[in-house]
Write a protein that binds this ligand. Structure first.
Ligand SMILES: [Zn+2]
Length: 278
């Protein structure tokens, strides 16, 4: 599933190509993608609009339009967003949306599993800020996310640290893969009670979260299953994962065998020596 680094890779590629482009045509091929709006309503609202920017909130993308409204989009499990210089069919399968721009370039949204969504956001800027503030937690790569802030949001939480970090309304953008990697780097067991971490552990976790996300962005994200970047290319972060998907292999830090268990219904990889059980 695309997490923050994968969505950020797409955002960065699209933001070099799409802002300033007018949407000449839009075709909705799967009504579920834009539900509850009807395909015709969605098409009418965005046709002729100029895209002003490409923003990211956690794992969501936002495309503000000249009308003041904005298109929001979530790739969910298997969604792909692919920009191409022309409108020729590039073989994208499971096509949900297709936008063509005034310079002949186009953007297609494909999704094998039909969970990906696009919807319209309010025209009022303050209402939009409220919308995102309610929907997503702190941006982990933002300047406002300090170790102190992480300590404050974890304070008093009785649940285990892994599901706490997966909760998008607390810190946004991390999924199963990068939480495993960050907890390994910070030497914290995934079942540690979130509110029980010592200050030095929180500092290590904060550093590990930002480090793993930044490294993953630098590698264009991880193409483990269906993820491709905004130009249809694979990322390479899958080659730099240390424990995630490495069950039975040697821990790169201590040489012990990496194990896989289930935490919060998610396959969870960790090193029993580096990350002692609570
Ligand atoms: Zn280890």
């Amino acid at each position: 599933m695309p997490e923050l680094p994968e969505v950020e890779t797409i955002r960065s590629q699209l933001s070099e190509r799409i802002p300033g482009r007018r949407i000449d045509t839009i075709a909705v091929y799967d009504e579920k993608t834009v539900s509850p709006l009807a395909p015709g309503e969605f098409e009418e609202a965005v046709t002729g609009q100029t895209i002003l920017a490409v923003n990211r909130y956690g794992k969501y993308l936002e495309f503000p339009l000249r009308s003041g409204s904005a298109i929001a989009l979530h790739l969910r499990m298997t969604g792909r967003l692919h920009w191409r210089p022309g409108s020729a069919d590039d073989g994208t399968r499971f096509l949900k949306l297709e936008l063509t721009f005034d310079d002949g370039s186009s953007l297609v949204f494909g999704d094998m599993r039909r969970f990906g969504r696009a919807w319209l956001l309010p025209e009022d800027g303050a209402a939009r800020r409220d919308y995102w503030a309610r929907k997503v937690g702190i941006e982990p790569l933002g300047a406002a996310f300090t170790a102190k802030v992480l300590e404050q949001v974890l304070d008093g939480r009785r649940g285990p640290i892994k599901p706490t970090l997966l909760n998008q309304s607390i810190v946004s953008g991390l999924g199963n893969m990068y939480v495993d990697e960050a907890l390994f780097q910070a030497k914290i067991h995934p079942l540690r009670r979130a509110g029980s971490l010592a200050t030095r552990e929180i500092i290590a976790l904060h550093r590990a979260m930002r480090d793993r996300l930044r490294v993953a962005v630098a590698h264009g994200g991880a193409s483990i299953d269906s993820y491709r970047d905004g130009l249809g290319q694979r990322g390479s972060m899958q080659d730099y994962l240390k424990v995630h998907l490495h069950e039975g292999e040697a821990c790169p830090r201590c040489g012990c065998v990496v194990v896989k268990t289930r935490v919060a219904q998610r396959g969870t990889y960790w090193c029993p020596t580096c990350q002692p059980e609570p």
